[in-house]
Design a protein around this ligand. Structure first.
Ligand SMILES: [Zn+2]
Length: 147
């Protein structure tokens, strides 16, 4: 009898985006600046889609395309009142530090896995987000159906 205890998939994504940290202690990072972001993603799920994925890499790439070549700003940033071309800015519900962004993205990929894979009950996404060669952040986010 075959008995699988779960599946793990590993993905890499790169995208370019600008952000700013809207507080004085951020120093020069309080000014708008850009990064070549690199993301390492591990998805653990207890079941596969009918196609045989934990989550389809195309869907993961599409998720990050929302942020590519965009300005990531906190909704409560005081420059949010400026009028920006509508497709330039992605508003996020937290200050866009590396730590907060990796948390946001891990939640997003876990939700994506659940929404694209009806069979999955338990999903854990581990992620590392590299902003520069000196700055990265990582987290794990898990979500079980019914919680
Ligand atoms: Zn930065």
């Amino acid at each position: 009898m075959k008995n699988y205890t779960g599946y793990q998939s590993d993905f890499k994504v790169k995208f370019q985006a600008a952000h700013r940290l809207p507080f004085e202690s951020a120093g020069k990072c309080s000014r708008i600046h850009g990064h070549n972001f690199e993301v390492d993603i591990t998805v653990r799920a207890d079941a596969l889609t009918p196609e045989g994925f934990t989550v389809n890499y195309h869907d993961i790439k599409k998720y990050f395309e929302k942020f590519d070549h965009r300005l990531i700003l906190a909704m409560d940033d005081n420059i949010s009142k400026m009028s920006w071309p509508v497709d330039w800015v992605v508003w996020v519900d937290r200050s866009p530090t590396t730590e907060n962004l990796v948390e946001l993205f891990a939640e997003g990929i876990c939700e994506l896995t659940h929404s694209r894979n009806d069979a999955v009950a338990d999903c854990v996404v581990s992620m590392e987000l590299r902003e520069t060669e000196n700055i990265s952040a990582s987290t794990s986010f898990g979500w079980s159906k019914g919680e």
